[in-house]
Each structure stands twice: as C-alpha cells, then as structure tokens.
Design a protein around this ligand. Structure first.
Ligand SMILES: Cc1ncc(COP(=O)(O)O)c(C=O)c1O
Length: 399
C-alpha cells in the first residue's frame, strides 16, 4: 500500500505554535510567534492601495485567460525596478530577467530548481540560524546544504570576523544564501562595512550569491533596504534575487513574488529566463493573475504607488515603535540588563535574548508564546499586551 506506509509528518513548528496558542484557555496570553505584520489592534490589514487596485481591476479586466509562463513582462520590469532600483536597472551592464513566482517561497523554489538543473553539484550555504524553509526548499530540490556562521549568540549580533572567514572558504561555484535585510529569525542585519566585506569576498571567492529579499521596506525603508544587496551585486557578475510582496504589500495569501536573475549579459539573462519558463511550466504552468495584477497596478500607477510607499512606511514605523516600547518596558523592569541589541535589530523579528528553557517557561507559566531560539515578532506585540509581556520576560530572565 502507498499511503498507509507513510509516517505522519511533524506539524510546522511556527504554525503549530499558533494552534497551541489558540487552544490555550488562559485569559491573559500573547502570541509573539506569528510571522505576519499586525497593526496596533492585532489585525493584518488589507492595504488601502490593494483594495483600490482590486476595484480598478474588477472594472478593467476583460479576461482570465492564461498569462505568459513567467508573468507579464511589465510585471517583471516593475518588480525589478522596485527591488534593485532604477540606477542599477538602467546601467545596462547586468543582464536582468525576472519571473513571477508564488510568493518569496516560490521564487526560492524556482532558483533551487534552476540550480538543480544547471549546477547540481553545488552546495547551498545557509546562515545559522535561518528561516526554516530554506533548508527544506534546497535539500528538497536535491541540493547539498551546509551552514555558515551568522549570528553569534554570545555577542547578540553578527560576528563580522567569523562571517568573513567562513565566506572566504566557500568554494567557487557553490551558492550562498544571504538575507538582504530584516534577517529572519534574528533581526540582526549587516552594516555597510560588513556588506562591503561580503561583496569583496564574493567577488574573490567566486561563489554565487542567492538573495532572499522577503522584507523590503520593513528595515530602514524600501530604498535603504536594498543597499547591502546592491553593494554585492556591483561586485559580482551573477546572482539570484528572490523577492516577495507578501509582507510589504500585505499580499500574503495572494502568493506574489518574483525571482530576478542577474545574469551578467542580456543573452545570458534571456537564456536563464527561457530555462526558468521550463521550470514554471512544470510547477505551475503559468503565472497567477490576480495577485500579480494587484502588485503591477500598485507599482505602475503613480498615485497608488506613492500611497503604497506611505502605507509601507507606516508599517515600518509601527515595527520600530513597538520595538522601542518593548525596550523601554524591559529597561524599566530589569535596569541592569543591556537590551540595546534589541534596538539594533531590524524588521519584524527579533532574537529577544531568551534561551530555549526560558522560552518554554514563558509558554508554560505565562502563556507567552515565542519561537524556539527566542524569536519574537515585534509587529505581533500589541500595546495592550506590552506590560504583561514585559513583566513575563523580566520574570523569565530572573529564572
Ligand atoms: C526569510 C523569508 N524568506 C521568504 C519568505 C517567504 O514568504 P512568502 O512565500 O510568503 O512570500 C519568508 C516568509 O516568512 C521569510 O521569512
């Protein structure tokens, strides 16, 4: 028999946490484990510009016929201009091509399939720690996966020496996954000086950078967040960039993302795109219309675009102020503890500094849920919950 020989797969660690939170009968509880942006009322809203774009599409669309395999060329162009910036796209030296994908996950998957076909012997190097799905995606595509040191727990930040040393020894032809900004799960990003070292190392060692850019706009701002990525792209001939509108346009369930190839020349980009089309054809046959049309409308309509950038900035500001309020609350309760590392972190996620035993204690004793390793979503922290969460973390630190 086929199915009855299958073991039951373990539940997804983060989704499982939310299920446990929902089932928790305690009246006072907080879920800091979720992976979505929440406003101050705990909602993950549909952006106003998305609603407006959808209304326009409702009136304008005349057919649901199939799109081109890799999505509309206008979508690819608009997305990569947002992701890489006009200056990089216009200098004409890089050979760019973009395919629409099923979210950032789909973009990583497209890249993984391309690597499996054209560089099957390559090892994909992942930072420690990283988003759990990275390993599953690349090893699921049959690629060897190894780790490089990223976050130094004792320093509560990236150790630039350890990082540079590790990246320098990765062989030419291998692939290095880099979080472009808002590192998930730690929130620990690279500063300009470390990015410059990464860029120089990539150029010298000859490995292929594969960027995961899932949180553009949530760190220092939509333009500032691409600075590190660009410093690497200017130093190397080739790279892959997986991007997503799940977070910055709030299109989570619409599954809109893109894989951009930085191929070195127009001819190589066209060849790369032709191969990507074969991959998409096998996985999904062709691009998904609704989500892609929303993103394109918002990017291409100047009024919608300006309003979107304001809404995106408001989400970023909420994250920054939630982080600051958490630090104030913790400092008031545990004055001798240094929480400055929390303020240095970027994006929704933070390694809050608790160990796994303290994380388990918080969940059991206080009904405060966070991901193993101490990852919290600062955008999931609601103002009304803040005093309770700070009291609870302070109590956990005293354990
Ligand atoms: C680092 C990272 N990459 C990629 C993704 C994929 O996002 P999506 O497929 O929802 O666009 C996520 C989502 O949580 C993420 O945290």
């Amino acid at each position: 028999m086929f199915f009855d020989e299958m073991p039951v797969a373990p539940a997804d660690a983060i989704l499982g946490l939310t299920a446990a939170f929902k089932a928790d009968p305690r009246a006072t509880k907080a879920n800091l484990g979720v992976g979505v942006f929440m406003d101050e009322t705990g909602r993950t809203p549909i952006l106003d510009v998305v609603k407006r774009a959808e209304r326009m599409l409702l009136d304008e669309e005349t057919s649901k016929t199939y799109l081109p395999i890799a999505g509309l060329p206008e979508f690819g162009e608009a997305v990569r201009r947002f992701v890489l910036g006009d200056a990089f796209c216009d200098d004409g030296a890089h050979g760019l091509a973009t395919a629409q994908s099923l979210g950032g996950t789909g973009a990583l998957q497209l890249g993984a399939q391309l690597l499996r076909r054209f560089r099957p012997g390559a090892t994909v190097w992942l930072p420690t720690p990283t988003w759990g799905n990275h390993r599953a995606i690349f090893s699921g595509a049959g690629l060897a996966v190894r780790d490089y040191p990223y976050y130094a727990t004792d320093l509560r930040r990236v150790d630039p020496e350890a990082l540079a040393e590790a990246l320098a020894t990765i062989p030419a032809g291998d692939v290095v996954l880099l979080h472009a900004c808002c590192h998930n799960p730690t929130g620990a990003d690279l500063d300009a000086a470390i990015w410059a070292r990464v860029a120089a190392t990539a150029a010298q060692a000859g490995w292929l950078p594969f960027f995961d850019f899932a949180y553009q706009g949530f760190g220092d701002g939509a333009e500032a967040d691409r600075a590190g990525l660009l410093s690497v792209l200017r130093a190397v001939p080739e790279a892959l960039v997986a991007s997503s509108f799940s977070k910055n346009m709030g299109l989570y369930s619409e599954r809109v993302g893109a894989l951009t190839l930085v191929a070195g020349s127009a001819a190589a980009a066209e060849a790369g795109l032709s191969q990507l089309r074969r991959v998409v054809r096998e996985i999904a046959s062709n691009a998904q219309r609704h989500g892609g049309s929303i993103a394109l409308k918002v990017l291409a309509d100047p009024v919608l675009r300006a309003d979107w950038l304001r809404e995106l900035e408001a989400m970023r500001t909420r994250i920054v102020s939630s982080r600051a309020a958490l630090v104030d609350g913790l400092r008031a309760r545990v004055p001798d503890h240094d929480f400055s590392y929390l303020l240095r972190q970027k994006g929704m996620f933070s390694y809050c500094g608790l160990n796994d035993a303290q994380v388990a204690w918080l969940r059991e004793q206080k009904a405060v849920y966070m991901v193993k390793g101490g990852r919290i979503n600062v955008a999931g922290l609601l103002p009304g919950q803040l005093p309770y969460v700070c009291d609870s973390i302070a109590a956990a630190l005293a354990q």
